[in-house]
Design a protein around this ligand. Structure first.
Ligand code: MNH
Length: 461
């Protein structure tokens, strides 16, 4: 370690009080992440700051591109788990998202599941994605009141990933409320964030909450184990080519190892966790933007009309919707739905001049990185053209990380973008819509617009 590195305890940040840590500076209707984003501009000079949560975590947060470049070097820093991810791991175990990089099961699953994300496979998922999108459109055609966007986008993304992932139909658009499994999943995810604001000393008093978390976890395991058992009882010749079949039939090309049933259960839950809130949030933020930005809506719609016409979307036509996709990219810049990436130095290292011991978690506050004025001029302005190829090439690759970094980055990225592009294109093709107010953000684990409702009208054509 460099000897001139500063001591970590001198890193700037809001005051830390006994018992509650920096809670007064982290409170707010929009939740901890929005509070951190509000604090970030004060610390642009150093590019990092630290806080203390009531739960006793003391995250170091990187906010500038220059400092992020160092922590995205995988030879020096590796993904680790901290805060909410540790709670999520209680039900996703050593699944891809919450595995430690040095756990052998990560490598096995990464190799077995990679073919499940090939372009060929995407082609296979497309019809199912289309069916679910059509269910959304059908429910919106019938709507007699403003629609609850986050709820509907959640139904869309959950049904899509569960059908494509393991052939399970929640039929969310036919149910008046979210399926009990999905409620359990939602509560368990929320618990992962709520724990941050619970003073460590008081945590044992939250017995009811803990018991409910246990119940929710059991309920999730039961449903998933049932799905796995049923697939195994079905003759192999009838197995669909989905993630579950891959996991049950393919051995790891490197070790020859088959995935264990327990690990497969964790992967199924991982796909549900990693693959629904994030995409639902992305679609909701984008719809709010389009509802309040008539010029952009008109440009996107022109593109959709020109490329799709009245036809059914295919992978090839969706990939031609370049402005629509840039709009999604710009949404993820301003409202990244995975708000923090956590890494730790492999050996004692230095971040922004501060000594960080090996293994000490360091977070990258993605929304702040995506607003670094050194790289993003007029950062608060929504401008999809920041993602024109030339502009993207001119930027540091560390400047934009909505899908994470390096070997631990999102394997579902293409799946998510195809799904979101399809849903967005079909919605703007058919509806005009207005939002019920300016953007507010909900304090959920993955940020989402709070209380967003759209008033829909079938588009005059
Ligand atoms: Mn996804 C990892 C963002 C959609 C499956 N995803 C990650 C990471 C980010 C991320 C960021 C890395 C997290 C970290 O470093 O700790 N993911 C997204 C976003 C969307 C998304 C913003 C939608 C928009 N993800 C999806 C979908 C799927 C999926 C859809 C599944 C079909 N993601 C994963 C998996 C991982 C992951 C699996 C873990 C990869 C690994 O570590 O090997």
């Amino acid at each position: 370690m460099r000897t001139d590195a500063l001591d970590l305890s001198t890193m700037p940040g809001p005051p830390v009080l006994p018992l509650v840590g920096s809670a007064p500076w982290l409170a707010g209707r929009e939740g901890v992440i929005q509070a951190l984003l509000g604090l970030a501009p004060k610390y642009r000079q150093t590019g990092v700051f630290r806080v203390a949560t009531p739960s006793g975590d003391a995250p170091i947060l990187v906010i500038n591109v220059a400092q992020a470049e160092a922590v995205f070097d995988e030879r020096r820093f590796q993904k680790t788990l901290d805060g909410p991810l540790l709670t999520i791991r209680e039900f996703t175990g050593d699944g891809l998202f919450t595995a430690y990089s040095n756990e052998p099961s990560w490598g096995v699953a990464h190799r077995v599941l990679s073919p499940g994300f090939s372009s060929e496979q995407m082609e296979r998922y497309l019809p199912a994605m289309h069916v679910v999108s059509e269910q959304l459109l059908a429910s919106w055609r019938k709507a007699t009141a403003p629609v609850d966007v986050v709820s509907d986008m959640t139904k869309l993304t959950l049904d899509t990933i569960s059908v494509c992932g393991f052939g399970y139909e929640f039929k969310s658009f036919e149910l008046p409320a979210l399926h009990p499994f999905l409620q359990a999943l939602g509560r368990a995810l929320q618990e992962s964030t709520d724990r941050l604001s619970r003073p460590a000393l008081l945590a044992p008093l939250f017995r009811g909450t803990l018991r409910r978390f246990e119940d929710d976890r059991r309920q999730m395991f039961e449903l998933v184990d049932g799905v796995i058992a049923r697939r195994k009882q079905t003759p192999r010749t009838e197995w669909p080519k989905d993630f579950l079949s891959l996991m049950l039939s393919e051995a790891d090309p490197k070790t020859g190892q088959l995935m264990s049933d327990e690990n497969i259960r964790y992967q199924v839950l991982t796909f549900l966790v990693a693959g629904h809130e994030t995409t639902a949030g992305l679609l909701s933020f984008t719809l709010h933007q389009l509802a309040t930005n008539a010029a952009l809506l008109s440009r996107v719609r022109t593109e959709v009309d020109e490329v799709l016409g009245d036809g059914a979307p295919t992978r090839a036509t969706l990939l031609k919707l370049s402005l629509t996709m840039r709009t999604l990219s710009e949404s993820l810049r301003l409202w990244p739905t995975v708000p923090v990436l956590t890494v730790a130095p492999v050996e004692d290292d230095v971040v922004a001049g501060f000594a960080v011991p090996a293994g000490r978690p360091v977070g990258v506050l993605v929304g702040a990185l995506h607003r670094d004025p050194a790289v993003w001029p007029n950062a608060e302005v929504f401008d999809p053209d920041r993602f024109l190829p030339e502009a993207s090439r001119a930027r540091s690759t560390a400047a934009y990380k909505p899908f994470g970094n390096g070997s631990r980055s999102c394997t579902g990225r293409m799946f998510a973008l195809l799904e979101a592009t399809m849903a967005l294109a079909l919605v703007v093709r058919e509806f005009d819509f207005t939002a019920n107010g300016p953007l507010a953000i909900a304090p959920t684990t993955s940020p989402k617009p709070a209380g967003l409702r759209l008033t829909l009208r079938r588009r005059a054509r």
